[in-house]
Design a protein around this ligand. Structure first.
Ligand code: ADP
Length: 396
């Protein structure tokens, strides 16, 4: 049985899972937080249940050593000789990476070269890669990119109508995001329905704190809502999603916004937070129920945007077999699932209220029997997808 340590390194955190793609569920999960911030913390959940330790963690290498020490003390045993691979989530693969790759110094240099496209994420991912390569020098390390599933998009879908030379010089185009989730879910749907993925046209709605839609034809992405960066597309917890870019010019000219202020406004103070005062969809619903008109409008905007993308992707796909909800909101929020697809009955898209009710921990059909389009909820599992891809790369 293969065994993979999956790492998702942020600028001040390392999220990890130890799992075997052939087994059900991870052997251990954990999160190192507040790296380099004076008061760090690790939460590790292994065979003995959760353990938490608070201590200063200077950098990612110290964080990685802490992970290893915690495995040694609380289990399961993490022996380098039993690891098939370490799988790293990397946010931006640009147009350099169309699939997962084994990490060597050249790959590290290429991920670094793409940092201007993901200035917060790629450097953080590289810190994690460096720390893990130091900790496990003899184990294969594999990079799995959030963008690579979207590399099958045709030029018509990924090209912005921007001056061609400017775009080329600065690598400006649509790359997409959440690709690991879109890939996992679009394949899991085919498997669940007992259909060949090559014959299935699917719209995947990944609705978490970040949110994105994708159109998948025969297992290949043909369009997605995230753009050059994960700011485009659907309304998110704190991000605008699509907005007229001239709004930025307007704020710069008339209100003195500089790049930092615009970045902060668009990425951290907008979306559901900016509209309703809450990032968490549960809080938005509570506010709607309490009669808050702003929250009502925010939810309407959220649904309207999703419905618009569904319509767009129906047009691009021509025939839609399945629409799939996933991630925190997609898996748990029956109000959003029903609201986003309301009014599409004419197109054969119907959500059955009884089937839709409640949170879904396993693949579930929520459309009525015989509906032209099967609507489902499929829980995503990005760590499992990263582990699978890492094993495939090592085996190849
Ligand atoms: P991330 O993008 O951070 O990975 P997740 O996919 O974990 O996000 O989704 C987190 C979001 O899911 C929360 O911000 C919240 O809005 C939403 N969520 C979680 N549980 C529920 C629930 N029971 N009902 C509605 N929304 C939920």
């Amino acid at each position: 049985m293969s065994l993979v340590l999956v790492l998702n390194s942020g600028s001040s955190s390392i999220k990890y899972q130890l799992l075997s793609p052939e087994a059900d569920g991870p052997q251990a999960t954990g999160l190192v937080e507040r790296i380099g911030q004076g008061s760090g913390r690790i939460r590790h959940e292994g065979p003995g249940g959760p353990v938490v330790q608070e201590l200063d963690i200077a950098d990612h290498e110290a964080g990685m050593r802490l992970v290893l020490d915690t495995f040694a003390e609380h289990g399961p045993q993490l022996d380098a000789s039993t690891l098939t691979a370490v799988g790293h989530r990397v946010v931006q693969g640009g147009d350099l990476f169309t699939g997962p790759v084994r990490i060597d110094d050249d790959v590290v240099a290429q991920i670094d070269e793409l940092s201007p496209l993901a200035p917060l994420h790629n450097p953080a991912n590289l810190s994690g890669i460096h720390a893990a390569r130091t900790a496990f020098p003899d184990v294969p390390h594999v990079a799995v990119f959030d963008t690579s599933f979207h590399q099958t998009m045709p030029p018509a879908a990924y090209t912005y109508a921007l001056d061609r030379q400017v775009a080329a010089e600065h690598r400006i185009r649509r790359y997409g995001a959440h690709g690991t989730s879109h890939r996992y879910v679009s394949r899991a749907v085919a498997e669940f329905l007992g259909r060949d993925v090559a014959e299935l046209n699917t719209i995947v709605l990944h609705l978490g704190n970040g949110a994105s839609a994708s159109a998948v034809r025969g297992g290949e992405c043909i369009d997605t809502s995230m753009g050059m960066t994960p700011l485009a597309g659907l309304v998110m917890g704190t991000r605008t999603g699509d907005i007229d870019p001239a709004v930025l010019l307007h704020l710069a000219r008339t209100a003195g916004y500089d790049t930092q202020a615009l970045d902060d406004l668009l990425n951290r103070r907008s979306g559901m937070l900016g509209l309703a005062g809450h990032t968490d969809m549960r809080d938005v619903h509570a506010a709607v129920e309490a009669g808050d008109e702003d929250a009502r409008t925010a939810l309407d905007v959220y649904h309207h945007r999703i419905r618009g993308y569904v319509g767009q992707y129906m047009a691009h796909l021509g025939r839609v077999d399945a629409i799939v909800f996933t991630a925190g909101i997609g898996e748990n929020d029956e109000v959003v699932r029903a609201g986003a697809l309301a009014g599409l009955e004419h197109y054969g898209i119907v959500v059955d209220p009884e089937r839709n009710a409640g949170r879904k921990k396993a693949p579930t059909v929520i459309s009525p029997d015989g509906a032209a389009v099967t609507v489902l909820v499929v829980p995503t599992n990005e760590e499992l997808e990263i582990a699978r891809q890492a094993v495939e790369v090592v085996a190849a």
